[in-house]
Write a protein that binds this ligand. Structure first.
Ligand code: HEC
Length: 181
């Protein structure tokens, strides 16, 4: 190969490089990338600033009984399907996901699904899930069980929470009686 051939070879590589650069630049000019208004996949994350310290503060919630008395199970169901079904199933015999199956959970002991890998803090809670406890839990899970793996900020609206609890109550052959309002 003489030096002329080598030069041709180098020139060819340079031209290819320049062409590649130019098409890239034109491409960038022609195709305006627009950021999405909303993320395609909404992932529930803990609220910003949800620290363990903050979680230690007790919450004073209005009593749940009067809210349960006027709760709407169907609304609770659709809210639960929206907010919880990425991690929970609700039907009898449903599979565990990130969270345990929630059929027949009201009135059952904390950590009611045998074999599910609960956090120690949740397992350590004594007694059954009462309506008041579910209310506190769903308001802010990380305040009720510090360090819980239920990575969910909570439902802040009192009636929405009661609607969800009323729906959880209905997931039973023998629902726990509602408390007197
Ligand atoms: C990001 C996943 C995720 C979301 C969203 C979520 N959960 Fe959970 N849930 C979990 C996990 C994980 C646990 C187990 C927590 C532990 O062991 O500390 C749990 C536990 C529970 C328990 C206790 C069950 C038992 O057997 O003691 C209830 C009740 C519950 N979740 C209800 C809900 C409801 C209602 C919603 C929606 C409003 C919801 N969760 C949203 C993951 C989730």
């Amino acid at each position: 190969m003489d030096s002329m051939e080598v030069n041709k070879g180098i020139a060819a590589i340079l031209i290819a490089g320049i062409a590649f650069f130019i098409t890239g630049t034109i491409g960038t000019i022609l195709v305006h990338t627009k950021p999405l208004d909303k993320p395609v996949l909404a992932i529930a994350v803990q609220e910003h600033g949800d620290t363990g310290k903050e979680a230690a503060k007790p919450v004073a919630l209005p009593p749940v009984a009067p809210l349960l008395a006027k709760a709407d199970v169907a609304v609770g169901e659709s809210t639960a399907k929206k907010l919880c079904s990425q991690c929970h199933t609700f039907i009898e015999g449903g599979k565990n996901g990130v969270g345990p199956n929630l059929y027949e959970s009201v009135g059952q002991p904390h950590g009611h699904v045998p074999g599910f890998n609960y956090t120690a803090g949740l397992k350590a809670k004594e007694g059954p899930w009462t309506y008041e406890e579910l209310n506190t839990w769903l308001f802010k899970p990380n305040a009720y069980v510090t360090g819980t793996r239920m990575a969910f900020a909570g439902v802040k609206d009192d009636q929405s929470r009661a609607n969800i609890i009323a729906y959880l109550r209905s997931l039973s052959k023998n629902p726990v009686p509602l408390p007197a309002p």
